[in-house]
Design a protein around this ligand. Structure first.
Ligand code: FUC
Length: 785
């Protein structure tokens, strides 16, 4: 079905051989560095990037990221290291983790009292009571730019120019012809090698000449060059965080000379390649958040990569990347046109063309690519911009917003078969518990752990005073949801016991101690409660209740699975029975966002928080009256919103089994909230929308949140024929589906664990098949059988 248009370039080399060199293949000296420029899984362009945000192409290995510009006479590789953050302990502005700097005994109880009496409180008054100015929060920093100045390169591109990112291999390339010489650059970020690597080649010997230099918007560093190495060292002025980057360059032929300005110049080489490693002395340990000086680990990484050699480094990178990326294949009837990605996007209508399908499939796989590139074990999780961030003052500090954004970043991880990418998330949550415990004690006077609306890598678990976003103690509970999902997908009780359950239980303890009986109806409620960034403070807003309901339900399940002690289980059971579940239908048939009927049918606010129970929660069953009410609310909110909001709506409509509306939201996101480099835009660039959309597309094809595996639950009319393979369902199952005319014709389930499975599809008589699957077995169902 898929037509693949190959633009594999055939190049005459200096040695007189002619051939198309696959990127992963042997690249001999003097040959052009010819990439396999097949377009099926590539983003490509005919001009250099003029804008970091809209056009640069991201590569990354989790800890390190770089944005490739492809500028002809001065290549710009803007790069990041995930832990380079101002703020926190030692910040010149002071730091308090957001905990109240002076005790406020009885303050929360006083607000609860006012809510009991008045029913609502405006956010400004609540912030005056409970907030405080934020100090020393800090911001994610660019590490700087690696510039490759190429003297004599043309100033402007001509028809020979091409800039591409192959998301299947994780290699970015820039190629152009100048004065009959074909030049090519390639860049990748190796997870096994812990480096970013680049190579410059030409199809004639002696044609590679450039100067490599470091540039930064800060002045807190020294850059020195010695031999084939540039060393950049410094400490952030704000908090003294030490950082170091090293770059080493190797050539075939030609010469390398050092500049007193810390640059290296390569002259008349046949080809040259370099590696870059970077690190800081950040550690994720409360309360100091400092570890070893980065010098030796950075030195080891660059030296090991140089020792390995370019070809092996590249081959290992591609193996590692494809080991994750290739697990899922998606064909929704796309034909990849011979069109640069910016034009493909500009021409996209969400209609029935095969080119539109190509963009949708690419966008899905790009979401997976971005997660692989920005979330690997050993560093922090993907932040608001993944790992990519330009400048010293990114939007929202490029932090970890926990009122949806960080959670959304990981919605796709399990179902799209990238469970390994959740390790940094788990570790981040684990690291938040120590400061979160302090906040629970100091602000609430209780046990448990808590974090509010947003956090940084320095354990900011308290509050600030921006009225509409400072208060959200439910965030800790919500964060643990992904961990329980990891267990539900994998079935690993070891993981549940060691990792998920301790975090869940401690979040549950916080709520057991902090719920309060609503004098109006005797139900347990969260108070004060604030539906994210919307409306007044009240008691028992729907999302607050649904999150606690979800946490208690999962904690209880986990406690039973692990056989945790009876008294604790009884406590959770009792609280769950008394808890207001946060589901209520209002006067116009809507699912209420608040406990009282305050919803405005004309309100199109981007947060649709009261539908948490539909997605990412599992409290609302499809076909129920709650699902109907959720649909009324969602319809009223409309199809607009910021990038991530549209992405969430794809998931909602998929969970309502409305594939056409889910597809409409996908089309809205691509048409109005996607930049030329396919980054999601809020605006500005925010990566959550990329991840949320990939999750939504998956939800259209496969769901399992209620237990049964649902095949093609929300297939849109515009995807009548297709195949998907390698998706994961809860219960440890890999799922492959082929469909024709909107109906599944072949389902392959690979069971990784032994257990009862229920599979729902029109393929089965009565719409359902139940059987006991044996771990390691593959089960094939076809229309004929
Ligand atoms: C939440 C959203 C905003 C933005 C911010 C980073 O607070 O409400 O729209 O996405 O996160």
């Amino acid at each position: 079905m898929t037509k693949r248009i190959s633009r594999r370039t055939t190049i005459k080399t200096a040695l007189g051989t002619t051939g198309a060199l696959a990127l992963g293949g042997t690249l001999s000296v003097g040959d052009a560095v010819a990439a396999d420029t097949s377009d099926e899984w590539a983003l490509w362009y005919t001009t250099p990037a003029a804008s970091w945000e809209r056009e640069s192409l991201p590569i990354g290995n989790g800890a390190l990221g770089a944005a490739v510009f492809g500028t002809l006479n001065s290549e710009r590789l803007q790069f990041n290291e995930k832990t380079l953050w101002t703020g926190g302990p030692g910040s010149t502005r002071g730091y308090d983790s957001g905990n109240w700097t002076t005790p406020r005994p009885g303050r929360i109880a006083a607000v609860q009292q006012r809510l009991d009496e008045q029913g609502a409180l405006d956010p400004e008054s609540a912030a005056a009571e409970l907030g405080q100015p934020r100090r020393g929060y800090g911001a994610y920093q660019t590490f700087g730019d690696l510039r490759l100045d190429v003297p004599g390169a043309p100033a402007a591109p001509d028809a020979s120019y091409r800039r591409a990112l192959d998301i299947r291999t994780g290699v970015a390339t820039v190629a152009y012809t100048h004065q009959q010489v074909r030049h090519q650059r390639e860049f990748f970020a190796s997870f096994p090698g812990r480096v970013i690597a680049g190579r410059l080649g030409a199809d004639r010997p002696g044609q590679v000449t450039f100067t490599l230099r470091y540039a930064s918007p800060r002045t807190d560093f020294t850059a020195t060059a010695a031999g084939d190495r540039i060393t950049v060292r410094g400490a952030l002025q704000d908090n003294g965080l030490r950082f170091e980057a090293q770059i080493r360059v190797r050539t075939q032929g030609g010469a390398v000379t050092t500049g007193t300005d810390g640059s290296l110049t390569v002259t008349a080489a046949d080809s040259a390649w370099f590696v870059l490693a970077a690190g800081t002395d950040y550690a994720d340990t409360h309360p100091r958040y400092r570890g070893d000086d980065p010098h030796s680990s950075v030195t080891r990484a660059v030296d090991a990569a140089v020792g390995l050699g370019h070809q092996k480094l590249l081959a290992r990178h591609i193996d590692d990347h494809r080991g994750l990326f290739d697990r899922v294949a998606l064909d929704i009837g796309q034909t990849v046109p011979d069109l640069p990605t910016d034009r493909l996007l500009a021409q996209y209508t969400g209609g029935s063309s095969a080119a539109d399908r190509a963009l949708e499939a690419l966008f899905f796989q790009y979401g997976r690519y971005l997660l692989i590139a920005s979330s690997r074990p050993g560093s922090l999780p993907a932040n608001l911009q993944g790992v990519w961030s330009d400048g010293v003052a990114p939007p929202w500090s490029a932090d970890y917003h926990t009122n949806i954004n960080l959670q959304m970043n990981y919605w796709l991880a399990e179902a799209t078969n990238l469970a390994e990418t959740t390790a940094p998330y788990d570790r981040f949550v684990e690291a938040l518990r120590a400061p979160g415990r302090v906040t629970a004690k100091e602000m609430f006077g209780t046990a448990g752990w808590v974090v509010h609306n947003e956090t940084n890598p320095y354990g900011f678990t308290g509050v600030h005073d921006w009225a509409t976003s400072f208060w959200f103690p439910e965030a800790a509970a919500w964060l643990t949801q992904q961990m329980y999902e990891h267990y539900r997908f994998s079935g690993s009780t070891d993981y549940l016991r060691s990792t998920a359950y301790p975090a869940m239980k401690e979040a549950a303890v916080f709520w057991l101690e902090n719920l309060r009986t609503d004098p109006r109806d005797g139900k347990l409620v969260v108070t004060p409660s604030y539906s994210p960034e919307h409306g007044d403070f009240t008691a028992g807003a729907a999302m607050s209740q649904q999150i606690v309901h979800d946490l208690f339900t999962s904690t209880l399940e986990a406690a039973r699975t692990l056989g945790d002690d009876r008294p604790f289980r009884t406590r959770v059971e009792t609280a769950l029975t008394a808890l207001d579940p946060g589901l209520r239908i209002g006067s116009w048939g809507q699912l209420q966002e608040w406990k009282t009927d305050r919803d405005d049918p004309a309100d199109d606010h981007r947060h649709v928080s009261h539908l948490f129970a539909l997605h990412p929660g599992r409290q609302i069953e499809p076909g129920s009256r709650w699902a109907e009410a959720a649909k009324v609310s969602l319809t009223a909110r409309g199809d607009g919103g910021t990038g991530w909001s549209k992405a969430w709506k794809i998931n909602f409509w998929a969970r309502l089994y409305d594939g056409d509306h889910a597809h409409k939201m996908l089309a809205e996101q691509l048409r109005t909230s996607t930049l030329a480099n396919l980054w999601d835009t809020h605006p500005p660039f925010q990566i959550d929308g990329n991840f949320g959309a990939a999750s939504g597309i998956t939800e259209m094809l496969l769901q399992s949140q209620h237990g049964p595996i649902e095949i093609l639950p929300a297939l849109p009319a515009s995807w009548p024929d297709g195949t998907v393979s390698g998706l994961r369902a809860r219960g440890g199952v890999t799922v492959d589906i082929t469909w024709h005319g909107g109906r599944a014709v072949r389902i392959v389930l690979t069971a990784h664990r032994t257990g009862e499975l229920t599979v729902r599809s029109g393929l089965f008589a009565g719409g359902e098949k139940k059987f006991r699957a044996r771990g390691g077995q593959r089960y094939v169902f076809t229309a004929a059988g």
